[in-house]
Structures are given as C-alpha cells and as structure tokens.
Design a protein around this ligand. Structure first.
Ligand code: NAP
Length: 270
C-alpha cells in the first residue's frame, strides 16, 4: 500500500512541500505520496487521529496549527516542547510524536556553528521563537527585537536571552517577521518597519525566512549591501529534509528537494 504524508494547514494552497517531498520519494524509489490537506482548526484533532488508520505515516503542520499539533501529540521532542509548537507529526506504533524541524532546519542552513556569534532575531512570533531557541541551543548570543516590544521581552525571559528595543549590528541577522511577504514591499518600507535603516549588515550573514517568487525586501537590501544572504526557501528545504528523514528513516536527497521547492508552482502542486 502506498504510504501517505501531508501538509495540514488552513489555508494550505501556497505550500511547496508536496512538490518537494514527492520529488524526494520518486528519487529514492519510495512508494509514498504527499498531499495537501486543508483543515480548519475545529477539525484538526479528529483529522489527525484518523490519519494513521488511512495509511498516513506523518504530516507537516503549518499556519494556524503548529501550537495545537503539539497538544494533540502523545509525546514531543525537546525542540517542540521548548518552542511550544510542532511542524512535524510522526505516526508510529499507534503513537503520535511531535517535533519541530524548523529549528534544526535553520541551523542546517548556516553551514557552520553559530556558537559564540552574536545573533539578532527580528520577530517574536512562531518563526522567531523557533529561530531564537535553535540559535541559543547552538551556543549563539541571541538578541530579540519585535515590533510589539512586550512579546520580545516575554520570549527573552522564557528562553534566557536578551530583548533589544533597537536592532543593532550582529554576525547573524534573522528576519523572522512577515515583513516582505507582500511582494510589493519596498526596501525602504521594510527598513522603516524593522528599524534597520542605520544597521550595517555588510559583514553579517542575513537569513530572511520570508520567501516568494521574487527576492523579498530584506533579502534585496542585504544582497545590495554585500551581506552573505541565505533565503527562506533553503530553510524550507532543510526543515522538509529533516521531516523526510523522520518519516522514512532514509537520508534525504537534498539537491532534488531544493530543485523541486525552487521550481514548484504552488498552485499546481497537488
Ligand atoms: P507570526 O507568528 O504571525 O509572527 C509574525 C511576526 O511578524 C511578529 O513578530 C510580528 O510582530 C511581525 N510583524 C508583522 N508585521 C510587521 C510589521 N509591519 N513590522 C514589523 N513586524 C511585523 O508568523 P510566523 O509564523 O512567525 O512567520 C513569520 C514569517 O516567517 C512569515 O513570513 C513566514 O512565511 C516565515 N516563515 C518561513 C519559514 C521557512 O521555512 N522559510 C518557516 C516559518 C515561517 P508583532 O508581534 O508586533 O505583531
């Protein structure tokens, strides 16, 4: 029987995960199929509980289900528990295990350990939490800035990191806000909204978690300044690769996944 995996979200039409995972299954000769499941919040729990009996081995969860998925799971990894959100559920031996591969995926994109480096995370939402926790765990000195300062302070207290009221220079700058998601956002707007106008990023690595069909505003700004830029699609690929490994136990074909994610037409990927 074909093994199944899925991404559960609401909406979920934009997801590039089906194209990425289906390409990986094909490349590895696995009889697996990955689908999109649009699930409203009030149907999440019953849907998740019904999936294992229907041949599903695991799912990714995305907006708005990452917190609820953690609650539904029978057990959770330290990453998922500490971040307070799950993006991957694995179904095995009648148990549901929650993990957060966004955190490890982000570290994988860096290529080298951030230990001892100064990292500034912009945004204290779900992505900011995962980024800040991952970087702290990996030994970076982490500062967090958020438009609504109370959220930055609260997250800083929870994770034992520092909140900052103004973004400053850092070895690693992570945009974990949704600024730039709207493709019409200009660089000037983004810099104003993120208070980056006076920040010099020439010597920084800039990781813009936002991605789209064309380079988003923070990516454009950092590229022009000459920073080392890592785009959000690479984080998508790396978190997906970790989910793939959890479900199949196989080494993920990274190049295949990257190529499929970059080439994916989300509207067409079933
Ligand atoms: P979220 O929980 O809704 O958080 C949104 C964050 O953006 C908050 O910190 C919010 O600040 C901030 N923000 C929104 N509009 C802003 C503005 N105009 N100026 C300054 N800050 C603003 O969303 P999320 O799940 O963390 O996702 C954030 C971004 O990361 C999204 O673009 C998402 O697509 C991306 N993401 C990418 C990946 C990947 O694999 N590449 C994975 C996860 C998420 P306030 O607290 O002040 O509202």
């Amino acid at each position: 029987m074909t093994a199944l995996a899925a991404v559960l979200g609401f909406p979920v039409g934009h997801s590039r995960s089906p194209a990425m995972h289906n390409a990986a299954f094909r490349a590895m000769g696995l009889d697996w199929r990955y689908v999109k499941l649009p699930v409203p919040p009030e149907r999440l729990e019953e849907t998740v509980r019904a999936l294992p009996a229907s041949g599903y081995r695991g799912v990714n969860v995305t907006i708005p289900h990452k917190l609820a998925a953690l609650e539904i799971a029978d057990e959770a990894t330290e990453a998922a528990r500490a971040i307070g959100a799950a993006n991957t559920l694995t179904f095995r031996d009648s148990r549901i295990t929650a993990d957060n591969t966004d955190a490890g995926g982000l570290l994988d994109t860096l290529g080298e350990s951030p230990k001892g480096r100064r990292a500034l995370v912009l945004g204290a939402g779900g992505a900011g939490r995962a980024a800040a926790w991952a970087l702290k765990e990996a030994g970076a000195e982490v500062l967090i800035w958020n438009r609504t300062p109370e959220r930055a302070t609260q997250l800083a207290n929870e994770l034992g990191i520092e909140a900052t009221s103004e973004p400053t220079e850092a070895d690693l700058l992570v945009n974990a806000t949704s600024v730039g998601l709207d493709p019409t956002t200009t660089e000037e707007q983004a810099l104003r909204e993120l208070r980056l106008s006076t920040v010099d990023c020439r010597l920084s690595t800039v990781l813009d978690l936002v991605y789209g069909d064309s380079p988003p505003a923070v990516t454009r700004w950092a590229s022009k300044a000459g920073a080392h830029v890592i785009d959000g699609l690479e984080v998508l690929v790396r978190q997906g690769a970790r989910s793939f490994q959890l479900w199949t136990g196989r080494e993920p074909p990274l190049d295949t996944m990257r190529e499929a994610a970059r080439g994916a037409d989300p509207a067409a990927a079933a």
